[in-house]
Design a protein around this ligand. Structure first.
Ligand code: CU
Length: 130
């Protein structure tokens, strides 16, 4: 009766793989207890010469990813009127490049594009507690 034993072994292995996969998934979701399970990801496109959407509402723990979908280099730089506040500042991102930031504290976060803020290329992320 070798075949049934092998079949039993194989299904045990398969079950283990499923369980490991499951555990891994749960760990990933619960990385920060009480908050991480519902965290969302948001995308902001960098275009000539604006951010889309320009204004974004998110919850604490959410991730915002800026993606350059334009043809010119752009930056996302936290601050107002071309003055960086030091929270985040990318190098010039080329088309297709991206940058992500996790907002862990509630607040109003203004940002701009270094070369184009004078053309009105700026945005805001409003973060509220989940
Ligand atoms: Cu720009």
């Amino acid at each position: 009766m070798r075949i049934p034993r092998i079949a039993g072994l194989l299904s045990a292995v398969a079950l283990s793989v499923v369980m490991i996969g499951c555990t891994h998934s749960v760990r990933y979701e619960s990385g920060s207890p009480g908050q991480a399970a519902g965290n969302a990801r948001h995308q902001v496109a960098m275009l000539e010469f604006h951010f889309q959407p320009e204004s974004l509402n998110v919850f604490t723990g959410d991730t915002v990813t800026w993606v350059n979908k334009g043809n010119l280099p752009h930056t996302t730089t936290s601050g107002v009127d071309g003055k960086p506040d030091g929270l985040w500042d990318t190098k010039h991102l080329a088309r297709g490049e991206s940058f992500s930031y996790v907002f862990s504290q509630p607040g109003t976060y203004r940002y701009f594009c270094r070369p184009h803020h004078g053309l009105g290329m700026k945005g805001v992320v409003v973060v509220t507690n989940r």
